[in-house]
Ligand binder design. Structure first.
Ligand code: SAM
Length: 230
């Protein structure tokens, strides 16, 4: 099962989706992230990457509803660390949805566009969540190279693991939680589109990125990280 990556488009990427539907999908996706404990690996990475720092600049690629950035803002606030947080998302509808869900006093700026246009801005950290599997392997190699060139402290890819247990278990969880039908369908597709550890190793080798590591996080995440200076 799932020997090769699936190549099906996700429904949420359809530009014809009405804005209200897109907003509802992003709101449920934020719930999926919370219920599946998806913030924890990224925040634990920040503890490692930014230990001892008093300030940092971070880019979140493909922010969706901005929920990861809000978690990061709270993480920084609790530690008294000054954060400059920028999100960039290709889908123009994400910006309005994320702004509406974000308290105005949080240090987050949302932009619409391609991450590749945001090089040379002095990022300490670049993160993403549930974005890597939206990219082809060619796009992902370019993304790895971009992150590796641009960061001073480290980068972190938080994505899914193409694994039979997640693939069979997610529809049950999604039905019980009564998530939006698009979130149910796309979640299932996303698991089938995501990468396996050996595939990440091959992508890193192709990108000529050394010193990165791939790690599984309970229950569904497969994350790839690199800390500078290691
Ligand atoms: C499944 S959503 C993830 C949203 C959010 N990060 C989360 O964890 O719920 C993937 C997002 O990545 C964005 N995306 C894909 N490729 C991108 C690129 N090259 N630059 C910026 N955003 C991108 C899409 O527009 C989409 O909103």
């Amino acid at each position: 099962m799932l020997e090769t990556r699936r190549d099906t488009e996700e429904l949420m990427d359809d530009p014809a989706l009405p804005a209200a539907t897109y907003d509802a999908v992003l709101a449920d996706l934020a719930q999926v992230n919370r219920v599946t404990m998806a913030y924890r690996p990224t925040l634990a990475f920040l503890d490692r990457a930014l230990a001892g720092r008093k300030s940092f600049r971070l880019l979140d690629v493909g922010y969706g509803q901005g929920d990861m950035l809000r978690e990061i803002a709270a993480w920084a606030g609790e530690r008294g660390v000054k954060a400059e947080l920028v999100g960039v998302d290709l889908n123009p509808r994400s910006e309005a949805a994320a702004k509406a869900a974000t308290p105005p006093d949080m240090p987050i700026r949302y932009r619409t566009g391609d991450y590749a246009d945001l090089g040379g801005r002095g990022w300490d950290v670049i993160v993403s969540s549930l974005v890597a599997h939206h990219m082809s392997s060619e796009e992902l190699v370019l993304f790895l190279q971009f992150m590796d060139t641009e960061v001073s402290a480290g980068w972190f890819v938080n994505d899914l693991h193409r694994h039979a247990v997640s693939y069979l278990g997610y529809p049950v969880l999604a039905k019980l939680a009564r998530w939006h039908p698009i979130v149910r369908a796309d979640g299932h597709t996303s698991i089938a589109r995501s990468y396996r550890p050996a595939e990440w190793d091959a992508l890193l080798a192709e990108a000529e990125v050394t010193g990165a590591s791939v790690q599984r996080y309970f229950p569904f995440r497969l994350c790839v990280e690199k800390l500078r200076g290691r």
